[in-house]
Design a protein around this ligand. Structure first.
Ligand code: UDP
Ligand code: MG
Length: 409
């Protein structure tokens, strides 16, 4: 088994060495092999020469260096193209995302065959402004609405996935890439795990507010043609409104035998003609939308599994095993559920028992108090009663004894 770590680096001279040290500490002790793919995205500092230094001393390192800065999306795509691992992972070079979590993600993938991708999501970033946080939160909601695919808020590119997911992503060769969207688009079974974003190990974030806004806008355009429909809808509404307004105005004026106002007619005509123009734009938009999808050359579907009759001999025993394992897991789950139910039931009985004992104890206490009051009223019996004071306790012990009777219930 092999893990490929894809690390985009843009002006990360303060981080790359620390990153490699931290990652190597985690992965050198693992049973699986790890390859590092550092993608130098046109850095203008010492990033590349530091990477070369690491390369000279370590056999598991690959370096891809761009001729200029093409952006993180391009860096991730380039890394994915050369990665050879069975499991692959995108991780930033600044140690804001910990390699320890990658090891856990790999463990999850190993353990749970049903997951194809483990994506990390951060609930909150302390290094982010309130506006950026607000923008991101609503951006993912809007994206989910207009694109028809689910975007999980807070989920980043920090994810670990199987080879089949990587192959599907590689099939999407579009120029304007939005990897989070591509992962959502290709589907597969994704599990989201929370993580805490760490302090940058050095340097500073490469994203400004405007670049984030541009990135968000590109993501929206890449994953939804809905904005192209909007002129069509508004155009139709405007035209219909203009026509109704004109008709109503003419009929009303004829009935009332009034003069026609030029301004009113011009307003109605404006609604009609602006509406018609918008409708025409909307129709053109519909065609452009279709072309937009077509030029991306996205596949019409993505397979997750395929069993051919030709490979029956090979597949059948494997599937048999898988089905047996699933059945065993289901059985285990049922037993677990039953045990949990039983535990809950016992807990309830115990609670009832305790409540009943409490009630009994209170009742007995009240009775003893009442008896004591009675005895106080009769002064002759004061002495022997004092001796008897110890007896109620014995009695109490005896009478609370039959609590075992509840157990029988
Ligand atoms: N990055 C890149 N090209 C860019 C911008 C960023 O390869 O044009 C890399 C950067 O070196 C880092 C990762 O993408 O490894 C995330 O960038 P950054 O830490 O600046 O983003 P933030 O964590 O602030 O979202
Ligand atoms: Mg960062």
């Amino acid at each position: 088994m092999k893990l490929s770590l894809i690390i985009p680096c843009f002006n990360e001279e303060d981080c790359v060495e620390a990153f490699f040290e931290a990652a190597n500490n985690v992965f050198s002790t693992r049973t699986y092999q790890t390859e590092y793919i550092f993608v130098n995205d046109g850095s203008s500092d010492k990033t590349l020469s530091l990477l070369k230094g690491l390369y000279v001393e370590n056999r598991d390192i690959n370096i891809i260096s761009f001729s200029r800065n093409f952006g993180k999306e391009a860096a991730m795509y380039a890394g994915l193209k050369v990665a050879k691992g069975d499991y692959l992972c995108f991780i930033d070079a600044d140690l804001q995302q910990r390699p320890e979590l990658v090891a856990k993600m790999v463990e999850l993938l190993e353990k749970h065959r049903e997951y194809d991708c483990i994506a990390a999501y951060a609930k909150e970033r302390s290094d982010e402004s309130k506006i950026a946080r607000f923008g991101k939160k609503h951006f993912y909601k809007i994206m989910t609405k207009i694109s028809g695919i689910e975007f999980v808020g807070g989920a980043s590119d920090f994810r670990c996935f199987r080879r089949n997911v990587a192959d599907a992503i590689l099939e999407l060769s579009e120029y304007h890439r939005f990897t989070k969207g591509l992962f959502a688009w290709v589907g597969f079974n994704t599990r989201y795990v929370p993580y805490e974003i760490q302090e940058r190990s050095g340097g500073e974030s490469k994203w400004s507010f405007t670049s984030l806004f541009r990135y968000a806008f590109e993501g929206m355009v890449a994953f939804s043609n809905k904005p192209l429909h909007w002129p069509l809808y508004t155009g139709i509404v405007s035209t219909v409104f203009g026509i109704l307004y004109l008709l109503f105005y003419i009929i009303f004026n004829i009935i009332q035998k009034q003069m026609f106002s030029e301004a009113a007619i011009v307003i109605a005509l404006m609604f009609i003609f602006f509406g018609l123009t918008l409708t025409a734009l909307g129709i053109i938009g519909e065609y452009i939308g279709k072309i937009h999808i077509q030029v991306k050359k996205r596949p019409s579907f993505i397979l997750s599994e395929n069993y051919t009759a030709k490979e029956h001999e090979k597949n059948a025993p494997l599937l048999q095993k898988e089905l047996e394992r699933e059945a065993a897991e289901l059985k285990k789950l049922k037993i677990k559920k039953a045990k949990f139910k039983e535990m809950k039931r016992k807990q309830q009985i115990m609670e009832q028992l305790v409540a009943r004992q409490e009630l009994e104890r209170e009742a007995e206490q009240a009775q003893q108090e009442a008896e004591a009051v009675e005895e106080n009223k009769a002064p002759k019996k004061v002495k022997p009663k004092r001796k008897k004071k110890a007896e109620p306790n014995e009695e109490e012990i005896y009478t609370t004894g039959p609590e075992s009777g509840f157990e029988d219930e």
